[in-house]
Design a binder for this molecule. Structure first.
Ligand SMILES: *Cc1c(COP(=O)(O)O)cnc(C)c1O
Length: 495
């Protein structure tokens, strides 16, 4: 029997509780307050006192002096930690929107730090010694890489589409195929964006089939643009048809109303790419250069999907259209900051040097062979086995994600653990430092090293080694489960 329960134990324990001020005067706590602020430390002390009262109520003894300091410090440090922090992406989804999409190249990281540290030529013309424009920096490179006359960069591709429709189509009609009235995710729906921009949507064709003639017949004096939207995050198969971009261009150019006035062709590529994805065993993702060559007037694409750079909306097109965009008040509201421009500039320069697949993480992951991933996985297995964790290396698929190349996967090799409650282990790994995000498929806990940056390998190993759920006995045989087919419908796998 617990002897403390014999004579009003809690009363005595309650009397041992210190006053908040007494706690705050302890030397260690004073030091803590200097580092983390008096407010947070006081709040932590109060919270610990509350916790101690509940503990005494449930029959536990009061804390000792040292325990107070320790617990308050732990609470303050947890409260001070940012909720925005790096994680290890072991999901195998390369462009994972929830995990921040594209990791930046070393060159881009350096450029950001270098530029953000001090003053810069952001809007300063060194030759003239007076005000310049932030837009000139990325424009030159974007024109060089895509062949466009001019370019403009805004916050993201959603902003780019909104700006283009508002500045070039407000109060007039935009013709779109019914098969392309898509929702990108995060509530970004093309029909809604069109309405918001003040343009009127004219739907043509059907869900699965739209012919050039459907566009041609819909053109009127009210037509501001014919618009193509890339169906980024889904795929239509079977009895499907849509016009080529060049056909839309031909239609637009055959409707000259007055000199210099004809409908525009707007092409929203979504991800877009500057490298030919087909060269890397993937389906074809539309290339920005090809759209320029096909004659689109305005082309929009993302900075942080397959381009592999910072979040940004890249707009390339004719000098006349881009100038109208730049002059619109919305352009000022959607402008990017210097850190984005620095990262974008470094990323684009990798393309110019022909070093994208060497420098840009998304492309490095794409070109990494399944054999190379297998080799990394085997080394991992060795180290985990030595730590008493039973793990198999099995074939699987990595996904591209980020609304690029729907359904396209790359053959890979996975570290697989067959444990009783994989969800518990996944939850525990999310609490690691840095958190590890993995995947569960057919009740297997899976780690795809393709998306684990080489410099994170040690941290991943440490995270796995210190995960209590992975140390259990009786692990099964993951080799017996086939996860190399589709990757649909499994948890921990959000795009
Ligand atoms: C992803 C996407 C967008 C939005 O781009 P963000 O850079 O995420 O804002 C717009 N249109 C299409 C077709 C997309 O795939």
């Amino acid at each position: 029997m617990d002897c403390r329960s014999l004579h009003h134990p809690s009363a005595a324990e309650f009397r041992k509780l210190p006053a908040v001020d007494t706690l705050l005067q302890r030397a260690e706590i004073v030091a803590l307050a200097t580092e983390y602020g008096t407010g947070p430390v006081t709040a932590a002390a109060r919270a610990e006192l509350d916790a101690a009262r509940s503990a005494i109520h449930s029959g536990q003894p009061a804390l000792t002096g040292e325990q107070w300091t320790e617990r308050i410090a732990r609470r303050v440090i947890v409260a001070d930690a940012s909720s925005l922090r790096p994680v290890i992406n072991a999901t195998g989804v390369l462009i994972h929107t929830n995990l921040g999409r594209a990791p930046l190249s070393q060159e881009a990281q350096t450029a950001v730090v270098h530029l953000a540290r001090g003053y810069s030529t952001l809007e300063y013309d060194l030759e003239a010694g007076r005000r310049g424009s932030r837009h000139t920096h990325p424009s030159r490179l974007l024109c060089e890489l895509t062949g466009a006359e001019d370019a403009l960069v805004v916050n993201n591709n959603a902003a780019a589409v909104f700006l283009v429709l508002t500045a070039l189509c407000q109060g007039r009609e935009v013709i779109v195929s019914r098969g392309e009235l898509v929702e990108i995710g995060g509530g970004f729906r093309i029909p809604d964006v069109l309405r918001q921009s003040g343009a009127t949507l004219v739907e043509v064709g059907t869900t699965n089939r739209t012919h050039p003639q459907d566009f041609a017949r819909a053109v009127s004096a009210q037509t501001a643009a014919l618009m193509r939207i890339h169906a980024s995050n889904f795929k239509q198969l079977g009895f499907v048809k849509k016009p080529e971009l060049t056909q839309l261009v031909t239609i637009a150019r055959s409707h000259i109303r007055a000199p210099g006035s004809r409908p525009l062709v707007i092409d929203d590529l979504g991800s877009g790419t500057l490298l030919d994805t087909a060269r890397f065993g993937l389906a074809e993702e539309p290339m920005a250069q090809s759209s320029v060559r096909a004659g689109a007037d305005v082309i929009t694409f993302s900075g942080d999907k397959l381009l592999g750079g910072p979040q940004a909306g890249l707009i390339v097109g004719t000098a006349e259209c881009i100038e109208r965009l730049r002059a619109h008040p919305l352009a000022r509201a959607l402008r990017v900051d210097k850190m984005t421009l620095a990262a974008l500039d470094a990323t684009l320069r990798a393309y110019r040097r022909g070093r994208a697949t060497v420098e840009i993480p998304v492309w490095r992951m794409i070109v990494q062979s399944a054999d190379a991933v297998q080799q990394r996985a085997r080394q991992f297995r060795q180290q985990l086995t030595a730590a008493g964790i039973d793990v198999a290396v099995i074939p699987g698929r990595s996904g591209i994600g980020g609304g690029s190349l729907p359904g396209e996967t790359l053959p890979t090799f996975l570290l697989a653990l067959d444990i009783p409650r994989p969800d518990d282990a996944a939850a525990s790994l999310r609490q690691a430092n840095p958190p590890v995000i993995c995947r569960i498929q057919k009740e297997l806990l899976l780690f795809d090293l393709r998306t684990v940056l080489p410099e994170q390998e040690q941290a991943l190993l440490d995270g796995l080694r210190s995960c209590p759920e992975l140390q259990r006995e009786g692990l099964g045989r993951p080799e017996d489960k086939d996860v190399s087919g589709d990757r649909d419908g499994r948890r921990g796998d959000g795009l």
